[in-house]
Design a protein around this ligand. Structure first.
Ligand SMILES: [Zn+2]
Length: 650
């Protein structure tokens, strides 16, 4: 795969620097950087997209009318998928398809059959042998009928979304920005065996995110067993010290803030601990039938148990304290899976899929492996390999997200992923996509993310969570584009990043795309320049200290607001379509919030008292209208009211 250059180039940066006054006085003195190269060389090869679609003249929905009806399986997931199918076909064509009972089906009729095994079999179909995982699906036209079928309920949604993409060209950029690139007049011949590249992508974008939007963009909600309200950092919730410590002192670490994962070397005690946890996990999982993952993870600290058994274990496994945790989790999992199998046999159903997980976080990050001469990793012995249904949850919070994990700056995180992948078939990845100290500033991680996701998936990640401004209601700094990129990554991670970017700007900003894309390009070029010029002060770390005036020259901020004004002007084209017009204005306004905030923060002394006051009040009015409610993640002082207080406005 050849290297490509994205549009960012020295010429663009030179132009920005002239604008910003950096080449003159008062700013950084520097020369333009080299062209920024984004290499997309790590395309996935083990994905499942056997898609054969042939256009046909088979009528589907013509002039708002259709002969087609939907027959949907009775399970909740299929029912939900079917109702969204109706809703989005109506949005695309104006026609509401009706439902029919399975009895109405005939082989020469016109039905969309979703997860009805008897009808599927009667059409002579069998499920393909490919590994569909729990979210894959099979779509097949037989005569004029079409079957959407999945092995697990979770596949129903993805089959429905694939159907919408193929038949009406469905794309969702946001709940209020949906495009249909086809008219749906015909139903093509389809033979599709496919699975999302990322089966589970948990969204942590804004808390105002709509359920429907998450569903239609392919994100998972929840998914984790929550034990007494704690999906993670729950080891002491499973085995509270006040309940058990007196009788079982060996269950607890010498520090007293977590379990001892070797039970001080006492096998009998280890057996007792893991039995209680397994039973509790099963009980809770039964109450939360939708959950797919159950994590038993360390509390939120960076210490390890200092008992002899734990120290011996770490010494034996190349310094890895996580070795004992792997063994511990394997023991729990063995009991959990045996019981789930027993329940399935008793009911004559499929065994419930439930992955049991532990954290590779802080002191437990290092995998129990050795690095081979060729750069690959091997587990130190078989006992530290995760059993089937056991997975590691890896959270590299210190990484530089402005670079891919293939970049040498992220070598240790790359090594940890590869190391864990030698010990675990599946790696759950918890990544980061915002600056948690500076919610109102941009965080430059757009260009690197597809490559990093590819590394995660190639190394065995069925699950990615990219933590953004999860506790805010709205974000600036092109955060919504990251959300859309995540949605694209779920379905097909081999998409070209630039195509995705162009498609997004074209369809999200419509006629205002050009100035918005120029702003976005300049913003990224500028941030690369800052990261290189001030490499001792800032980086791609998700809490990097970006909020200083020297990083944001006034001329540059003003220039970006000029581009925003150009975008507003371009939006005037849509004035007659009030809903669309207001949506578009608000999308642009969201991106005005960062430069306006920075101007008030850093250059208040350069404006007249009246002007400054009106800038502050108009920022606040727009922030309220757009639901901006935080300037940082902090639950104690991250609320945006702290900013208004500092500015001295009511
Ligand atoms: Zn210990």
């Amino acid at each position: 795969m050849k290297k490509r250059k994205i549009r960012l180039c020295a010429g663009l940066l030179a132009a920005i620097m002239t604008l910003s006054g950096c080449s003159g006085s008062g700013g950084a003195t520097t020369t333009p950087i080299d062209p920024v190269e984004i290499t997309e060389t790590h395309y996935l090869t083990n994905t499942l997209h056997k898609v054969t679609v042939k256009e046909s003249n088979r009528a589907f929905i013509v002039d708002g009318v259709s002969e087609y009806k939907i027959i949907a399986g009775k399970d909740e997931s299929t029912q939900t998928a079917a109702s969204y199918l109706v809703s989005y076909l109506r949005k695309a064509t104006g026609c509401s398809l009706e439902f029919a009972e399975p009895e109405a089906y005939s082989a020469d009729g016109k039905y969309i059959v979703m997860n009805v095994p008897d009808l599927f079999a009667s059409a002579g179909l069998t499920m393909p042998e490919d590994d569909l995982g729990v979210t894959g699906y099979y779509i097949k036209t037989v005569n004029d009928n079409v079957f959407l079928t999945s092995n697990y309920e979770n596949g129903a949604r993805f089959a429905m979304l694939a159907f919408l993409r193929q038949v009406v060209g469905f794309k969702m950029y946001a709940l209020d920005a949906v495009s249909f690139e086809k008219d749906g007049k015909t139903l093509p011949d389809m033979d599709i065996v496919e699975a999302p590249d990322i089966p589970y992508f948990r969204r942590m974008h804004n808390q105002s995110d709509e359920k429907e939007e998450s569903y239609m963009m392919g994100f998972v909600e929840g998914g984790f067993v929550s034990y007494q309200g704690r999906p993670w950092h729950n080891s002491l919730t499973y085995l509270p010290m006040e309940t058990y410590q007196k009788e079982h002192p060996k269950w607890y670490s010498t520090i007293g803030n977590d379990l001892c994962y070797t039970a001080h070397g006492d096998e009998k005690e280890l057996e007792a601990m893991t039995t209680i946890i397994a039973n509790e996990m099963l009980k809770t999982a039964a109450e939360q039938p939708e959950a797919l993952f159950s994590a038993i993870t360390i509390m939120d600290h960076a210490q390890v148990c200092l008992c002899d058994a734990c120290r011996e274990s770490a010494a034996k496994y190349n310094g890895s304290d996580a070795a004992a945790v792997v063994k511990f989790t394997n023991k729990i999992n063995e009991k959990v899976q045996a019981e789930l199998q027993r329940q399935a046999d008793e009911k004559g159903t499929k065994k419930r899929p439930l992955t049991v997980m532990f954290f590779a976080y802080y002191a437990m990050t290092q995998p129990p492996v050795i690095k081979n001469e060729d750069g690959t990793f091997s587990p130190i012995d078989e006992t530290v390999v995760c059993d089937e249904n056991v997975a590691v949850f890896y959270a590299p919070i210190m990484a530089d997200y402005n670079c891919t994990f293939y970049d040498e700056v992220n070598q240790q995180y790359y090594d940890a992923i590869k190391g864990w992948s030698a010990c675990s078939e599946e790696i759950f990845c918890w990544l980061y996509e915002t600056n948690f100290e500076y919610y109102l500033f941009p965080y430059n991680c757009w260009d690197a993310r597809f490559e990093t996701y590819r590394l995660c998936v190639e190394s065995g990640a069925p699950f990615i969570m990219s933590q953004g401004q999860h506790n805010a209601n709205a974000s600036t700094g092109f955060s919504d584009f990251k959300d859309y990129m995540n949605s694209c990554a779920i379905f097909d991670l081999n998409q070209n990043y630039e195509d995705v970017m162009n498609d997004y700007f074209t369809n999200y900003y419509l006629d205002a795309a050009e100035p918005m894309l120029q702003y976005f390009d300049e913003l990224r070029a500028w941030m690369y320049h800052l990261e290189r010029t001030y490499s001792a002060e800032i980086s791609g770390y998700c809490k990097t200290e970006i909020g200083k005036d020297k990083f944001w020259p006034k001329n540059l901020l003003m220039h970006w607001l000029n581009l925003i004004d150009e975008a507003y002007e371009a939006a005037e084209t849509y004035k007659d379509d009030k809903a669309l017009y207001m949506n578009l204005i608000n999308r642009i306004k969201k991106e005005s919030m960062f430069p306006r905030y920075a101007l008030i923060e850093f250059y208040s002394g350069t404006f007249s008292v009246d002007t400054l006051e009106s800038m502050k009040y108009s920022f606040k009015a727009d922030a309220q209208e757009l639901l901006f409610d935080r300037h940082a993640e902090s639950f104690t002082d991250g609320e945006i009211s702290a900013v208004y207080e500092r500015w001295g406005i009511k």
